[in-house]
Design a protein around this ligand. Structure first.
Ligand code: NAI
Length: 294
């Protein structure tokens, strides 16, 4: 692919804003368009990216000049057509196949013919997203880990029709972003979530069936297996709605009852207890110390 001059990111939530920040700080001179349908999400993204970049500058992890340049490269828009000149468009909207497909139909019409359309989906089939476009060879999964500015990994997912050129260009872009790449074929959950989400779901089952308290389940996995966060804390960090959507995709795609979402996870999501982003999930936030909520 020719030189990358412009990148679009669709969805300015937790992941999209982090991805836009990574692109702007790693790729000097490249325009970064961040789109969202929700203007509040765009203003939140703008302030969270500024404060994150300022934090990097204050810790001397980024020079003042590079931080200022990155902020100048970023453009926030609620008009999808502004992404028409992007060489790469990275989709990071809500984890719903229907909503993503309808976005891919629009992107396919708006984006220039050579543009690659990447999805940051955690679990949805890239092949099926690609099939909603007229350019399935140029559709690929580019799964950043949370939070994108900190986590080193990108899981690249090849759909059934993804071309070698698209794969090579996506790998090159990921390396320019300073990331390590792993490659997965397009099966539900790919590599990381195929293994991580059943563990989180099992932690919910342990809590649901009264095996132990949430604190002991998390401490057990932190100190017993050297995980930096316990599975329930991690679920709150990821978002319980995201975890539930991924379990449903694993259950439907792999067809085994061992992937059935835990009823407690379903109930928390029904109750709006979505994790840190809502101030309450398995734990409550903004109150010290963590209070009991099960
Ligand atoms: P989020 O809920 O923080 O953000 C989603 C954003 O998409 C919202 O700002 C919403 O207004 C916007 N949006 C919804 N429909 C849209 C549309 N049609 N056009 C434009 N914007 C639209 O979600 P989050 O956590 O950032 O997840 C986004 C994607 O990244 C999902 O596919 C998720 O599975 C994936 N992901 C999430 C991770 C996590 O730990 N939260 C980790 C890796 C991937």
């Amino acid at each position: 692919m020719s030189e990358v001059k412009s990148i679009g990111v669709v969805g300015s939530g937790h992941m999209g804003s982090g991805i836009a920040q990574v692109v702007a700080t790693a790729m000097q001179g490249v325009d970064v368009w961040l789109h969202d349908v929700d203007s509040n999400a765009l203003s939140k993204a703008s302030s969270s990216i500024s404060s994150s970049i300022n934090r990097l500058v204050s810790k001397s992890l980024l020079s003042q000049g590079a931080g200022d340049d990155a902020l100048k490269q970023l453009r926030f828009t609620s008009n999808l057509e502004d992404l028409r000149d992007a060489d790469f468009i990275i989709e990071a909207i809500v984890e719903s196949e229907e909503v993503k497909k309808s976005l891919f139909v629009k992107l396919d019409k708006i984006a220039k013919a050579s543009a690659i359309l990447a999805s940051n989906t955690s679990s949805i089939s890239i092949t099926r997203l690609a099939s909603s476009t007229t350019r399935p060879r140029q559709v690929i999964g580019m799964h950043f880990m949370n939070p994108p500015p900190v986590m080193k990994l990108i899981e690249i997912v090849r759909g059934a029709d993804t071309s070698d050129e698209t794969f090579t260009a996506t790998k090159a872009l990921s390396h320019r972003l300073g990331k390590v790449v792993i490659t997965s074929q397009d099966y539900s959950g790919f590599i990381v979530n195929r293994i991580l989400m059943p563990m989180i779901n099992e932690a919910f089952f342990a809590l649901y069936t009264g095996v132990s308290t949430k604190e002991d389940i998390d401490t057990g996995m932190k100190l017993g297996t050297n995980h930096p966060m316990g599975p329930l804390e991690l679920a709150d960090f990821i978002g319980l709605d995201v975890c539930l959507s991924i379990m449903r995709v694993l259950h439907a795609g792999l067809g085994d009852n061992k992937y059935a979402p835990c009823p407690l996870l379903v109930q928390y999501v029904d109750a709006g207890r979505l994790g840190r982003k809502r101030g309450i999930g398995v734990y409550e936030y903004g109150k010290e110390p963590k209070s009991s909520s099960h």
